[in-house]
Write a protein that binds this ligand. Structure first.
Ligand code: ZN
Length: 197
């Protein structure tokens, strides 16, 4: 089952994988994440005491649920469906992972802006052979790497993802202070994605 999430990941796919225990410690220190909670799917973290200072919700009075249910089975369902806001950390063992919104529009050629109709086939080919990074635009002939395609905020490549579950596309944004803290911790700049995956 897919659930809405705000993802934070290093902007440069070349940024090495980050130890999730150290990353969790960083997020707890700045108050984005609170206590760890064991779920069937792995460890998650409650939102921390400074969560609402580090993530700005846009629009009027968002109805965001921050408290995990006390009942274990209710908690499992609420977390799996993204009904309650919580944080998970995801890191690949080796190699890059491509995360994308289930219903994203095709990425555009950075040169001629035309949508790349066969992009999912290119991603599949890359998944079976990570050397298959190249692509060529059928409209203008521009050649590039999959990393260079403009996926906007709907998809991206990375080794490490901070997942803030329960946030719909563009419903909330990280404040500059959060991005600065992540950059200071990791040495990489971070970007924001919105996916349901
Ligand atoms: Zn093109």
């Amino acid at each position: 089952m897919s659930a809405y999430k705000l993802l934070l990941c290093p902007a440069d796919p070349g940024c090495p994988a980050i130890d999730t225990k150290l990353l969790a410690g960083c997020l707890q220190e700045i108050g984005l994440a609170g206590n760890a909670v064991a779920l069937d799917a792995g460890t998650c973290y409650r939102t921390g005491e400074r969560f609402l200072q580090l993530v700005t919700f846009l629009g009027c009075a968002p109805s965001i649920e921050l408290d995990l249910p006390d009942d274990a089975s209710a908690r499992e369902i609420a977390c799996a469906e993204g009904q309650v806001c919580h944080i998970r950390l995801s890191r690949t063992g080796s190699g890059l992972r491509f995360r994308a919104d289930d219903r994203m529009a095709p990425p555009r050629c950075p040169e001629c802006r035309q949508p790349l109709a066969n992009w999912s086939g290119l991603i599949d080919a890359w998944r079976s052979n990570p050397d298959h990074l190249g692509w060529q635009c059928g409209h203008c002939g521009h050649q590039g790497r999959l990393f260079d395609l403009n996926f906007r905020k709907s998809a991206g490549f990375g080794h490490t993802f901070i997942e803030i579950w329960g946030i719909h596309p563009a419903e909330a944004v990280p404040v500059t202070g959060l991005l600065d803290a992540l950059e200071a911790f990791s040495g990489c700049q971070w970007k924001t994605l919105y996916v349901s995956d």
